[in-house]
Write a protein that binds this ligand. Structure first.
Ligand SMILES: Cc1cc2nc3c(=O)[nH]c(=O)nc-3n(C[C@H](O)[C@H](O)[C@H](O)COP(=O)(O)O)c2cc1C
Length: 371
C-alpha cells in the first residue's frame, strides 16, 4: 500500500535514475538507525512457510524469491533488502576498479510496456570499496540470508584479460559472498557477451574456480558456489552449447536470464533507447530458456529464473518450468516491496491447487506432466 499509493507516484515523477539514487540513499542510511530493520521487516516481510523452504548448492533459502543484480550495485543496502523479506539477494555487478558507467540519461521507464531500458554500463564503486562496505554492514544485518556477489569486468579490460578482472573480484570479495555470480551477459559492456561461448567460457570458468579454490584455502574454509548469468539473446543451438560448457565446467548453477536487446512488441517511445530491456517483455523468453535448460540438464543443474516476474503467477510459471529460485528487479520498481509477501502467499496457494506439499515438488513439474 505504502509503495503503490504513496511512494511510487512520487518516485515516478522524478527522473528514473534520480529516483533510484534517492531510494538507495534512504534504504542504506535508514537501516543504520536502531530499530529500522525491524520496522522494515514488520512492514513488508511475511512469516515464512516451511513448504517454501529449499536447499540449493549447500545454502538454505527460506523461500524462492530474491533480489536480482543491478539494484544494489555497490552493496550499500544489504541490511534493508534483507529485512523486507527477500530470501536472498545479489549485489553488483562489481568490477575490480571503480567506474562511472555510461553517460546519463541511461535508465528509462516504459510504463505501458511494464518495462525498463537501461544502459548503465556497470557503474560501481569497485570491489574493494564494496568489500569495505560489506565488512561494516554484514555484522549488523539482522535478517541475514544468502548473499550473492555478482562480478564483471571493467570496460577498459580487453576480453583476453577478462579472467584477471573476475579473479580479482573473487579475491577481494571472497569473504563476504555466500555465492558468486559470473556476469557475462550485460549488453552494456562492449563485447562482454562474447565471453559466453566455447573455449573462452570454459577457460574463464576454470580460472574463476581456481581462484575460488585458492581463496578457500587461504581463508581455511570451503569454496563458495559459482553461478553463471546468461543473456536471452541467443539461438537455441547457441544456448545448448553454452549450457553444455557450463555443465562441463562443474559450476553450481545458472541464472536465466539477463536483459534483452530485442525490442519486439513495445509501445512506449523509449523503445528507441539503446540498452537492455527488462520486465514483462523479457518474461516469456526467459521462461523458455529455463524450460530448455531444465530439460537438457534433467533438472540436475540449479536454475535461478530472472525476467519479468511481477506476481505469483509469473514466479510459479518459472518454477514449474524448472527454476529452483527466482529473482526480481523491474517488478519491484512497478509493484513495490508488497510483492514479496504476495508472491509467497500466491505460491503457496498455487502449490495447494496442484496438490504439492513442498516447493520441491513444483520445481520442473511441467516436465513431469508432459511425460
Ligand atoms: C537498471 C538495471 C540495472 C541492471 N544491472 C545489472 C547488473 O549490474 N548486473 C546484472 O547481472 N544484471 C543487471 N540487471 C538485470 C537484472 O538483474 C535482471 O536480470 C533483469 O532485469 C531481468 O529481470 P527483471 O525483468 O525482473 O528486471 C539490471 C537490470 C536493470 C533494470
Amino acid at each position: 500500500m505504502i509503495y503503490r499509493k504513496l511512494l511510487k507516484p512520487l518516485l515516478f515523477a522524478l527522473d528514473a535514475e534520480q529516483a533510484h539514487h534517492l531510494l538507495m540513499g534512504v534504504l542504506s542510511k535508514s537501516a543504520r538507525i536502531p530499530g529500522m530493520q525491524s520496522l522494515f521487516h514488520g512492514l513488508y516481510a511475511t512469516k515464512t512457510n516451511e513448504a517454501l523452504r529449499l536447499e540449493r548448492f549447500g545454502l538454505t533459502f527460506a523461500h524462492p524469491l530474491g533480489l536480482a543484480a543491478g539494484l544494489d550495485k555497490n552493496a550499500e543496502a544489504v541490511p534493508a533488502f534483507s529485512a523486507i523479506g527477500f530470501a536472498f539477494m545479489e549485489v553488483g555487478t562489481l568490477t575490480p576498479r571503480p567506474q562511472a558507467g555510461n553517460e546519463r540519461p541511461r535508465l528509462f521507464r516504459l510504463p505501458v510496456d511494464q518495462a525498463l531500458i537501461n544502459r548503465m554500463g556497470f557503474n560501481n564503486v569497485g570491489a574493494s570499496q564494496a568489500a569495505a562496505t560489506l565488512a561494516q554492514s554484514l555484522p549488523r544485518t539482522k535478517y541475514r540470508n544468502p548473499l550473492a556477489i555478482n562480478i564483471g569486468k571493467n570496460k577498459t579490460t580487453a576480453n583476453e584479460q577478462a579472467v584477471d578482472d573476475y579473479r580479482a573480484c573473487v579475491r577481494e570479495l571472497f569473504a563476504y559472498g555466500d555465492f558468486f555470480v559470473v556476469n557475462i551477459s550485460s549488453p552494456n559492456t562492449p563485447d562482454l557477451r562474447n565471453l559466453q561461448y566455447g573455449e573462452e567460457l570454459n577457460r574463464l570458468l576454470q580460472e574463476i574456480k581456481q581462484e575460488m579454490y585458492e581463496q578457500a584455502t587461504a581463508h581455511r574454509t570451503d569454496v563458495k558456489p559459482i553461478l553463471v548469468k546468461i543473456a536471452p539473446d541467443m539461438s537455441e543451438a547457441e544456448l545448448k552449447e553454452v549450457v553444455a560448457t557450463i555443465v562441463q565446467s562443474g559450476v553450481a548453477g545458472i541464472i536465466a536470464t539477463n536483459t534483452t536487446v530485442s525490442r519486439d512488441g513495445l509501445h512506449h517511445p523509449h523503445q528507441k533507447e539503446m540498452g537492455g530491456l527488462s520486465g514483462v517483455p523479457v518474461r516469456q523468453r526467459s521462461t523458455e530458456f529455463i524450460r530448455l535448460i531444465y530439460k537438457w540438464t534433467n533438472g540436475e543443474l540449479p536454475i535461478i529464473g530472472s525476467g519479468g516476474i511481477f506476481d505469483a503467477d509469473d514466479a510459479y510459471e518459472k518454477i514449474r518450468a524448472g527454476a529452483s529460485l527466482v529473482e526480481v528487479y523491474t517488478g519491484l520498481v512497478y509493484r513495490g516491496p508488497e510483492m514479496i509477501g504476495e508472491i509467497q502467499r500466491g505460491l503457496l496457494k498455487r502449490m495447494r491447487q496442484d496438490g504439492f506439499t513442498s516447493i520441491e515438488q513444483a520445481i520442473g513439474a511441467d516436465h513431469r506432466a508432459e511425460v
